[in-house]
Each structure stands twice: as C-alpha cells, then as structure tokens.
Design a protein around this ligand. Sequence first.
Ligand code: COA
Length: 357
Amino acid sequence: MGSVIIGSGKSLPKRVVTNDELGQIVDTTDEWIVPRTGIHTRRIAVEETATDLGAEAALRALGAQADGWQRDGAIDPASLDMIVCPTLTPDTHFPSEAARIRERIGAVNAVCYDMSCACSGCVYGLSTADLMLAGAAAARAQAAATGAPMRCNDVRRVLVVAAERLSKLVDWEDRATCILFGDGAGAVVLEWRDEGDAGILSSYMENSDDTERTLWCDSAFTARTVPFDAEQGLPEADAACDPYMRMAGQAVFKFATAAMVRCTEEALARAQLSVDDVALFAPHQANERIIRYAAKKMDLPLERFQIIIDHVGNVSGASALIALNEALCEGKLKQGDVACMTAFGGGLTAGSCVFRI
Ligand code: COA
C-alpha cells in the first residue's frame, strides 16, 4: 500500500555550455571548476521556456513521448488528479507553472499549484504528493464506511514536475555562482495503490532560518513599497532590488553536507531501514564534493550514488528527479529495489524520501 512511482521523465535544453565557454565571460577555467564541483558541462535554455521543459519531462513520464520510464505502460494525462510543480523560475507569476504544464499536456482533470522550496523541491514535491494521496485514500475509506460524500478532492494520481530556468536568476558576471547552475526539468507520476509493497516508504522535511542570507534571491516584488504612506511618498521602483541569486559558498557547503547525512538517516530511520537496504541514492546535485562527503560520512561507496552533475550542473529541484530518471532508464533500479532521494537548498530547506520501486 502506498504512493507508487509509475512514470518518470526528464527534459534538458539543447544548448550545452562548457566550462571553457564560461571562461570566456568570467575569470575562470575548466581546471578550477572540475575538481571543485565535478561539473564539466551544463544545459542552458536559450530557446526553451520552463513550460517547454516541464511539459516534455511530463510527457516522457506519462509515456506520451519516447525516452521516459513507465512501470506498467503509458498513462492517460486525463487520469492525473493533481500537478505539483516545485520551481523557482516559473514563466509567469500566475497562472502557476503547474497550470501552464497542465494545459500543454492535456491534464484536463488536474488541480495545479507551484511550490517554492528551492533545491529541496524534489523531496518536498514527492513528500507532499504522498501526503495528499494517503489523505485522499483515508477520506475514501471514511466515505465508504459512513456513506457520506468525500470530504476532499479524490486524489489518486499526482504528477510532480520540477521545471527550472535557473539561468534567469544567475548573475553571469559572478564567477562564484554562474559556474554551478543549469536548466532542465524532471518529472514523476505517483499513483496510490492499496496493494503491494512498492511506493514511498517514508519522508522527512525540515526548515531552518537563513538568518545569515547564505542562499538568497530577492524577488522583483520585495523592494516595492505601496504608495499609501504619506511620509514615505511614492517608491523609487525596484532601486534596491538585486534580481540575482546570491550565495555564501562555504557556509552553504557546510549546511549541505550536514543536511545530506542528517536527512538521509532520519528518513531511513522512519522507514526502519539502514543505508545497506538502499540500492541507489539519487541525491540533489549541487557539488560532487558534497555527495562524496556524504557518502564517506555514511561509509558508502560512491557507486551507490547516481551522479549527473557532470553534464547538467545544479538544476535545483529538478536535479534529483533527473538523476532518478537516468537511473531508471539505465536499468540501475528494478522493481523491489529501495531508493533514497535527499535534497537541500534555499529557505533553508532540506529533506529526504525513501521509496521502493
Ligand atoms: N573560478 C576561479 N576562481 C574562483 C571561482 C571560479 N569560478 N570561484 C571562486 N573563485 C576563487 C575565489 O575568488 C577565491 O579566491 P581567493 O582565494 O583569491 O579569494 C578562491 O577561488 C576560493 O574561493 P572559495 O569560495 O573559498 O572556493 P570553494 O572551494 O569554497 O568553492 C564553491 C566554491 C562555490 C564551488 C563551493 O563553496 C560550493 O560548492 N559551495 C556550495 C554551493 C552550493 O551547493 N550551492 C547550491 C546549494 S542548493
């Protein structure tokens, strides 16, 4: 019984950007970037919108487009009850990115919303979708037992699709950040099943206050004041607003390495499993050194981690969903295997999710 992954997809923009190309716009080199981050190339959306990327990842997860992974065959978009889109870079403030993807894929029965939880979006997306599915299953049982109507939406299938164009938030003159990020999308379809032992086994989410502004991006709206304060007068539009993401690299590194280990251990404890039960870890990919550090701390060989940062960079909430998709498509995860997804990011957010394929 549980929320079973029945589809998985990814989408990456066409344009590959090498470290040498970045060296032409900021003072950096391939020799500096590779050993410190593990990144060789990333994809940057020149032609694609977040909706293009999200819709392609979703269609691949549904089996409506080639190169996706399905557990039991193609999934009808009209059978989706909900679309959850973790994103920092929706194409429009509203409609939500989830609603835009709904329209593109023909998910005519889905209710949609976006989530802002930075790079933890994959884990927060899966965890909250699982809570929705489990809550709806309990409500169905209650309605059947009492003869009363369902007290909430009947949610049986959820699409979690993280779609990011982080290149819009990157300061392309800041070598400390612009080397790290890329664009792309990852998607998963979850279905509630009353039978079987596949599905999400446990989840853990946490937030801590980012009092030191270690990971930050002002929105275009933060600096705007309303013109109703007589003393203040009309605002200087957006004068103080920094539109780019900012990061205290070493502080984030410290937070990330600790969060990776803490959240993985907490989620595994909730599933009453140990790291030895996990066939593959599909972590958020911010820096290969963070993954290496976590692997060492948990006494695990690096081969148990799906590493994709070399060719995609950090794609925020989409990273681990892309990693999961590549692992499934490469046949590294089979039915019955246990996998673990752990992520951390701005907020500060962090979390982990354990599931059986
Ligand atoms: N190319 C060349 N030199 C660079 C550079 C670049 N792209 N970026 C920074 N440097 C320089 C710095 O200016 C500094 O020079 P100085 O010693 O002359 O002052 C030197 O390299 C070391 O900088 P530092 O920031 O200490 O490097 P680092 O080893 O901590 O690596 C990061 C920087 C960003 C790669 C690393 O801190 C990191 O990955 N942090 C976590 C980031 C992250 O995970 N973000 C997303 C979370 S979801």
